[in-house]
Write a protein that binds this ligand. Structure first.
Ligand SMILES: Nc1ncnc2c1ncn2[C@@H]1O[C@H](COP(=O)(O)OP(=O)(O)OP(=O)(O)O)[C@@H](O)[C@H]1O
Length: 317
């Protein structure tokens, strides 16, 4: 991931005519080459934010800068550098995959040979070469998503914004789709913004996430940072040990330990200020017990999401 800021959002607000404040004073920035997950329940403001990033919707207040351009004032400059995959991808169903991509490529002003090269390379990367002359209406949902990524590749944008890209995919296709995104980041250096409520998958691919609740960005950072912010602890350690000594009092008094919970007869979950596995191992072995496992655990994005929303709704009521 580079250090250059490619997307910068400052105090962005959108109030629809009917009075709904769909996005309420949000600020964040994205770095070149990062994969960012915009997470939130239905109606929390994700799509409204995305539309403002794309210049398709005017903000009520605040500003957006995409690679130095204001998307609402200079939409063409932004459109050339940003690829967008909406939640319902609109391909021409009675045209072939190749024809659909050629239609997109013509807008880029490429000559016939450049178009052919770019399209065939993109379809190959998305493993759709064998289906390029088939009509899109014969494609499965997952194949249409892959064709959506191929279309992004034809466009070669610096930034790709994908609204609910994994919606409707089976678990295997989700894993495959997200690994394609990760590989595009590696090979093309693209920056991705994904909106989603598929937490586990997002955790596996995103460098940083932003949690949305009722138009507000209630948390922003890496999953580890969010874990610290909401759970007040840097690390969770899972320890398994057997022996005649009750380890609970011993573990509780170790330096750096914040709390200890017994999770099973011989299993403990330790909340600690930092990674103190070496001193825990010493203490356990010193007490005469057999240490069978000592693992660093992260709070799952799902745990963080649940807690963050509980906190946000407590604040709002
Ligand atoms: N054109 C509109 N006019 C008035 N209100 C709108 C309009 N579009 C969205 N809203 C409202 O703004 C809020 C945020 O909607 P938005 O679509 O941005 O949420 P979302 O997080 O993308 O939801 P989802 O996950 O369901 O797509 C909701 O209360 C929605 O009803």
């Amino acid at each position: 991931m580079g250090n250059e800021t490619v997307v910068s959002v400052s105090h962005l607000t959108k109030q629809y005519r009917k009075g709904v404040r769909a996005v309420d004073d949000i600020s964040f920035s994205l770095r070149e080459g990062e994969i960012f997950g915009l997470l939130g329940p239905n109606g929390s403001g994700k799509t409204t934010t995305i539309l403002m990033l794309l210049g398709l919707l005017e903000s009520t207040q605040g500003s957006v800068s995409i690679l130095g351009n204001d998307p609402f004032r200079t939409p063409l400059a932004v459109k050339q550098q940003v690829g967008y995959m909406p939640d319902t991808i609109g391909f021409y169903e009675y045209m072939t995959a190749y024809e659909n991509l050629d239609y997109t490529a013509r807008f880029l002003g490429l000559d016939a040979e450049q178009r052919r090269q770019r399209i065939t390379a993109s379809l190959a990367k998305m493993r759709l070469s064998s289906r390029m002359n088939d009509k899109v209406r014969t494609f499965s949902h997952g194949m249409k998503r892959r064709l959506g990524l191929a279309e992004l590749l034809v466009k070669q944008p610096k930034i790709a914004i994908l609204d609910e890209p994994t919606q409707g995919l089976d678990p295997q296709s989700i894993v495959e789709f997200l690994s394609l995104i990760a590989s595009l980041r590696e090979s093309e250096g693209m920056t991705f913004l994904l909106s989603s409520h598929q937490l586990d998958e997002i955790q596996s691919v995103c460098d940083r996430v932003g949690l949305f609740s009722r138009g507000k960005l209630i948390s922003f950072g890496t999953v580890a940072e969010l874990g610290k912010q909401h759970f007040g602890s840097d690390v969770l350690i899972n320890l398994q040990a057997e022996g005649s000594t009750d380890l609970l009092p011993l573990l509780k008094t170790q330096q750096g330990v914040l709390s200890v919970e017994r999770e099973g007869e011989h299993t403990y979950l330790i909340k600690a200020e930092k990674d103190i596995r070496p001193s825990l191992a010493q203490a356990v072995i010193g007490s005469g017990c057999n240490l069978s496992s000592l693992e660093l655990k992260q709070h799952s994005l799902n745990d963080i999401y649940q807690l963050a929303f509980k906190e946000a709704s407590n604040e709002q009521t």
